[in-house]
Design a protein around this ligand. Structure first.
Ligand code: SF4
Length: 276
């Protein structure tokens, strides 16, 4: 069976940067804490645990160890709370996320109401909401847009960085229809767009697609949704979840992975698929 591995599979630059920062801190400290799980991948979290890089939900209990803010970013109120704790704080907010936060802040200051297209409760979206200063609506569908009260204030639409452009397009249409003078911002990150486009390109030459990634990884979920629109799709977190029988009728399989999937898992999946 032929395997086509996506070049974009695995860590995006924001995740690579966050892990590098955590390891740099770890080389100068006996332990490093992260403000919540650094990334949404159980195997990588275990690996980081073994390097004494650990998630905490209780930053107030940290004494000398530094606390790293993860790539998803945090709301401004949380940043203020952490600063007040008088602990050492390092920031690994992805610059692509920080850019969305800055755009929201700018448009709130100009008097806009913010609509965020994203997964309610996801860490990045919680952070973005914080920058909207309670003047925001989170939407997941065009129907959600149609429930937003009409107001004389101008509306500004942003997307969580890891959404599907095709789905965002439907939200944009709904916002434009309901709020004709809305400001529409393209805030899906380039890394996400490239990964999704490469998946579609590979899909043309394969019979099925394997997507590797954590259950709570938003961009992995989007890859799955996209892959399922074009080819039979299999979601796994580790190589041992692959079943030989599932692949016996395929001559070529595409392999991609979410932005928080480490190379060591992708390599094992590739090896196992090649053995079928
Ligand atoms: S998916 Fe995009 S926004 Fe999120 S961490 Fe990676 S590069 Fe940054």
């Amino acid at each position: 069976m032929k395997i086509i591995l996506a070049k974009s599979a695995g860590f995006c630059w924001g995740v690579t940067r966050a892990i590098k920062k955590a390891r740099e801190l770890s080389s100068h400290n006996s332990s490093v804490y992260t403000d919540g799980p650094l990334i949404h991948n159980e195997q990588m979290i275990s690996q980081l645990d073994s390097e004494k890089i650990t998630a905490t939900n209780d930053p107030a209990s940290i004494e000398e160890s530094p606390l790293l803010i993860r790539a998803h970013g945090i709301p401004p109120e949380r940043r203020t709370m952490l600063n007040d704790l008088n602990i050492t704080i390092a920031d690994a907010t992805c610059p692509d996320v920080a850019k969305i936060q800055g755009l929201i802040r700018k448009h709130v200051r100009q008097g806009c109401i913010i609509i965020i297209y994203g997964d309610k409760g996801h860490a990045e979206v919680v952070g973005l909401e914080g920058y909207a200063e309670e003047k925001s609506f989170i939407v997941a569908t065009p129907e959600d847009v149609n429930k937003i009260p009409i107001s004389d204030k101008r509306v500004c639409l942003v997307s969580q960085s890891t959404q599907l452009p095709l789905s965002y397009g439907k939200i944009i249409d709904a916002v434009n229809a309901r709020f004709p003078n809305a400001i529409i911002l393209d805030t899906i990150c380039e890394s996400t767009k490239n990964r999704q486009q490469e998946l579609l390109d590979i899909a043309e030459d394969v019979d099925a697609i394997v997507v590797v990634g954590g259950l709570h990884s938003a961009n992995t979920v989007r890859l799955l949704e996209l892959a399922a629109t074009v080819k039979p799709t299999f979601h796994i977190q580790t190589a041992d979840q692959l079943k030989r029988d599932d692949f016996k009728e395929f001559e070529a399989v595409g392999l991609t992975a979410g932005a928080s999937t480490p190379d060591f898992i992708i390599e094992k999946v590739q090896e196992r698929l090649s053995s079928f």
